[in-house]
Design a protein around this ligand. Sequence first.
Ligand code: AMP
Length: 454
Amino acid sequence: MTNKISFKDLRLNPSIQKAITKQGYTTPTPIQAKSIPDLLEGRDLIGIAQTGTGKTAAFTLPILNLIKPSYPKKIKTLVVAPTRELAAQIGVSFSKYAEFLKVKHTVIFGGVKQGKQVQELSKGVDILVATPGRLLDLMNQRHISLKDVEFFVLDEADRMLDMGFINDIKKIIKKLPHKRQSLFFSATMSNEVNELAKKLLNNPIHVEITPQATTVEKIDQHIFFVDQNKKTKLLLELLDEEEVTSTLIFTRTKHRANKIAKFLNENNIKANAIHGNKTQNARTKAIQNFKKGRVKVLVATDIAARGIDIDKISHVINFELPNEPESYVHRIGRTARAGNKGVAFSFCSAEERNYLRNIERLIKQNIPVEDHQYHSIAAKTAKGADAKPPPRKQRQPRKFKRGIKPKPKNNSRGKRPRSNNNNNNNNNSNNNVNNKRNRTRKKPRNKPFSRKNS
Ligand code: AMP
């Protein structure tokens, strides 16, 4: 990719140029250079790119350039994002880039009371950033009309599908005017994502930014082969190192995220956990505490960490490797932001050995192995059945006490499903449900901190 273009060449209006200069950006990132000219021409776009590539500016800048606010204000731009954090980050981007424009935006998401959001909407906005659930709620209550939308952005479409938002998205799309410019972003491409893109886009330009070429190369990655029951000891030692100043730790499950945060606090390391079971206020507070350096460690699950844009994360630690290799790239991309360097440490126990093989295949490189006092040869050399998680015993949901039958999952009412796709949900502790044999086992196992030997 020749990236000789400067922001001046993109013909953005002077107020936007001024905001870009204020941010200290000199050169457009590859996704910005590739998409902004066509977006300014009014083309639809499908962008395959992760966060960390500058994709938010790739769509916010041309929209701000094209949008013509009306009086009274009407929602002319709608951006839909899967998580509250991502929606909030997009809102921050609009604030930054529209600083010298007379364009008003607001962000709405669930998990908080709707009153303030409704109040903001009633004052009139040009740009609305929303998560699907709250958007539909407020549309149904007639606080929002999409009939004037000219620009529609669907961000992180793959994650949207993973989280079970497909029907919500379809309902939203139905309410959009036919004449509009649509932008569609996804970190990965699957048949389902492709189907959705086809429904939404009209003769789109394709822009694909491979994570290997952008994020991964900048990150100093290390693998620690370690038995599951030694991971916490190793973690404490790593967090004790001087250069480890601000660390984002990833776990596969919410439960484990809580456990680690608790464990670290008990060991005098200030840590907060964020995941889908936490209230929006708790999540915002945890992120603020982390950003301001009041806590050194944030422990997160994959979905909760989406959209976290914190420039100064010195280290990402994968306490557990993700079962989807793409998530590894997402996770480590939380460090090395905004031109900073970043370090990613990944713990790999025997049962995660195959996950590591898949990750190395995806990123097309072998991650250097660290020598350390808990080094596990068994983890390093694990093959076959030893290299993957043991068949999972049936677990009752933790919220229910033993003996009390959990309610059957029924998604027709009440809470939206977190996932409708077992293959893709890396934030769900019941990933291995396809092993029928195990469904029949009755006794839930204890809640061990580590899977092995406990
Ligand atoms: P995103 O992929 O949109 O989450 O952006 C990742 C980070 O890159 C954010 O912190 C942006 O502020 C930053 N960024 C976006 N565009 C540029 C640019 N052209 N030059 C430098 N940093 C940028």
